[in-house]
Design a protein. Structure first.
Lengths: 440, 336
């Protein structure tokens, strides 16, 4: 019997739309809108100006701040604007717009051939930082920060997060089937940089073909490929670590406190490209799906391509969508329009048809306790919604551990009263942060 | 092909998650109603016309009062969710079949208007509304509330007392005499062919309804098991001590009788599991159920009333916020 974590839910995985569709390469966009902030941390500053000519892979925005991620041109051409543009996460953000010259030329010096076996930890981490690699599962935490093990901590194991527990999304699934070499190399490089010999690959057992492919690809490497029970949020970092290693990351702590570093499938592949070929992160595999998409696909797409271009590549809309979601349906963000650039963290674009996204009408909490049973973090979500509704965010933080909430949405999924608990949690967290900032 | 939205048009941007389970409040409430229905129908059949009038009056007036309160408060009308129907049904099922039917409407007014909406409406009420309605009728018309159907018992005696009443007043031997013998008594208690409140008598149908709710995961099995178990064990140990015909000593009580007589079965499966008024965690619910069981036994054996399920659940409802405070779930990664 496979170990599991407490709580969780079983939504319909809706992966059949795209699970068997090989990755297709999307055409280059006429212009790429490349935001200077595609990650958690400090925004970069543009180092090119309107009118400059740039080549693919050229650094166009950077910063000295450690917690940040470099931004590179994803196509070659002319910078036609540097200004505020709509952004899928931050609303609006400074972006560099590159007009495609159709040549798709790499900047000088790449791709190169580099033997990663000769590199030491510092040089690998430096390459990862320069390549602008961030967590591609959606959280976009800069990877070089994750890889930098503080002196008082010791990494003991590396975990490849291949759970892909969000319904609809199949990008990681397809990468595991089609690009196992890149993934294996990326994992080996990460393990070398961390100085660990223990590695795990965690895959939900609704992807038996991927488990098999990974087992084959990782045979003889000492990396353990583990099929995990299909239960959302299996891919949440803390749940994944608990199931694979039995360790609980302490409340408020990072995985390194239990000696673990976790990275997503796409991130591992990006590490491989950066270290072996010197390629910066300028493209990603993403799933375009939902009932309102005519031909759902997994596509390889350049950063800065708009949602609209990507959707058009998938045949456009089959019906007028009610919702456009960047990411999965459980934690993804509903977007107001499709006039948005795809950034490094966009793991999927879902166009939900009328009725496909059934959020229901909110009514009073009847204290049924389903949310307590669903919460993987052992919290009492009902109190977040009740206190949040009344603006009592301090009580929610102090008495009910609001800050431990990972906003996975399991509570909302099971709530018979259709309470928008995650919305109240986000509200309380923002209020709490504002109060803290004001207090300083 | 449908027209593609232009970039200028805006989509729905509600916060995640964007998919929800099919569970809903009205689905839960109507399922509970359906699970109660067989026992209520049995009561209507067994006790006759006045019982039917009480059941109808209870349900109709409860739904009407809910509608009226929501209209007056200018709140969305939610009578279709089945919760007012459930309150009315539960109230009527816990009333004696001989009660003047219009009193049901008074009880239902108190249940819906005072116990439910004055406390803030569905989800905010501290006490089980149906039990508050019953308790209010009990203090308002104590005679009517303790007058029972006249029915011919096995011993050809016309009796108008509930089995618990007979036990309290005359003792265990006299109790068995009214049914002829012990196995007749247990059979009557199991099938519901005995005196009592309209919907509380038919043990078998109530248990079947309750088991379906457990199967649907609408209630936790721990609650009825712990409450019924507590009553069974305590009445077995102490029940014989207080027999009016003289103490029978320890371990001489009749647990099976105490479990099936009175309102314990309907209380344990349908009242002590009312999610609004009980603790939210399993641990809390077990404490609640055990407490309700202890108080039921104390009232039955030591108190002035023959039956104590209603008051014991109301008393435990008071403690629910306190129990909730001490039974919060253990958070993931708690230090130390």
């Amino acid at each position: 019997m496979m170990k599991s974590f407490r709580g969780g839910v079983h939504p319909n995985d809706s992966k059949s739309y795209t699970a068997s569709k090989p990755i297709e390469t999307a055409p280059l966009p006429d212009k790429a809108i490349i935001p200077v902030r595609q990650h958690i941390g400090a925004p970069c500053s543009p180092i090119v100006a309107k009118g400059d000519l740039v080549k693919k892979g050229q650094l166009i925005a950077t910063t000295d701040a450690f917690v940040s991620g470099n931004v590179h041109a994803s196509i070659s051409g002319k910078v036609i604007d540097v200004g505020d543009y709509p952004h899928p996460v931050f609303g609006t953000c400074l972006a560099i717009v590159v007009e495609n010259d159709g040549k798709d030329e790499w900047v000088e010096g790449i791709p190169l051939k580099r033997d990663w076996q000769d590199l030491d930890t510092d040089s690998i981490n430096k390459i990862i930082r320069e390549a602008g690699i961030v967590g591609m599962g959606g959280a976009t935490f800069p990877t070089h920060v994750k890889m930098a093990v503080p002196k008082d901590k010791k990494a003991e194991a590396f975990i490849l997060n291949a759970a892909e527990c969000e319904p609809y999304l199949t990008a990681d699934h397809r990468m595991m089937l089609e690009q196992s070499d890149r993934i294996v190399t990326g994992v080996k490089i990460a393990m070398k940089a961390l100085g660990v010999t223990k590695g795990y690959v965690g895959i939900e057992d609704n992807k038996p073909d991927a488990i098999e492919a990974m087992k084959k690809a990782f045979s003889g490497t000492g990396v353990e490929v583990v099929g995990l029970p299909t239960k959302y949020p299996q891919g949440a970092e803390k749940m994944l670590i608990k199931v694979l290693t039995g360790k609980e990351v302490p409340s408020g702590g990072l995985p390194l406190e239990v000696g673990v570093v976790v990275a997503n499938v796409g991130t591992a592949a990006a590490i491989c490209d950066a270290v072996t070929q010197g390629l910066p992160l300028i493209q990603r595999v993403t799933t375009i799906s939902g009932k309102a998409i005519k031909e759902p696909k997994n596509i390889l797409v350049r950063v800065g391509t708009t949602f609209e271009d990507a959707i058009n590549f998938c045949g456009g809309f089959a019906s007028t969508p009610e919702k456009i979601i960047s990411g999965g349906p459980m934690m993804g963000m509903a977007e107001p329009s499709i006039d948005l650039p795809i950034i490094k963290g966009v793991s999927g674009i879902l166009a939900m048809a009328e009725g496909e996204s059934n959020t229901g009408t909110e009514s009073s909490c009847i204290r049924c306790g389903r949310c307590l049973n669903a919460c993987p973090m052992g919290l009492n979500p009902s109190m977040f919604s009740i206190l949040g509704e009344r603006g009592h965010f301090e009580e929610a933080v102090q008495d009910f551990n609001l800050l431990d909430c990972v906003e996975c949405g399991s509570c909302v999924y099971v709530c018979p009263a259709k309470r928008n608990i995650v919305q109240y949690v986000k509200y309380c967290k923002a209020q709490n942060a504002a109060k803290k900032a004001a207090g300083k | 092909m449908a027209e593609v939205k232009s970039n200028k048009e805006l989509f729905n941007v509600s916060v995640s998650p964007h998919i929800r389970s099919k569970e809903s409040v009205s689905k839960i409430m109507w399922t509970v109603n359906i699970c109660l229905a067989p026992a209520a129908l049995f009561g209507a059949y067994y006790f006759g016309l006045n019982a039917i009038l009480i059941l109808v009056a209870g349900v109709v007036s409860a739904v009407f009062f809910e509608w009226a309160v929501q209209k007056i408060r200018k709140k969305p009308v939610t009578v279709k969710d089945g919760s007012a129907f459930l309150t009315g049904l539960l109230l009527a099922m816990c009333l004696p079949p001989t009660l003047p039917w219009w009193m049901t409407i008074v009880g239902s007014f108190i249940a819906i208007v005072i116990a439910k909406h004055a406390m803030g409406g569905l989800g905010s009420n501290i006490f089980n509304p149906a039990h508050i309605g019953r308790a209010a009728l009990m203090v308002s018309w104590p005679v009517a509330m303790t007058t029972w159907s006249k029915m011919t018992t096995a011993a050809d005696v016309v009796s108008s007392a509930t089995p618990l009443n007979v036990l309290k007043m005359q003792g265990h031997e006299a109790l068995i005499d009214t049914f002829g013998n012990a196995s007749n008594m247990y059979q009557a208690l199991f099938l519901g062919t005995r005196n009592g409140c309209i919907g509380e008598t038919c043990t078998v149908l109530l248990v079947l309804g309750g088991l379906f709710l457990i199967y649907k995961k609408y209630i936790n099995w721990q609650v009825p098991v712990v409450m019924i178990g507590t009553v069974g064990i305590l009445t077995w140990i102490f029940g014989g001590l207080v027999d009016p015909a003289g103490s029978l000593g320890f371990f001489a009580g009749d647990p099976l009788f105490h479990i099936m007589a009175g309102g314990l079965i309907i209380g344990a499966f349908f009242m002590a599991t009312d999610m609004v008024t009980i603790p939210m965690t399993i641990k809390g619910q077990i404490i609640f159920a055990a407490g309700a069981g202890v108080m039921t036994v104390m009232i039955r054996l030591l108190g002035g009333y023959p039956e104590g399920v209603c008051y014991s659940i109301l008393l435990m409802n008071c403690l629910t916020p306190l129990i909730d405070r001490f039974c919060q779930p253990k958070k993931f990664g708690a230090r130390g």
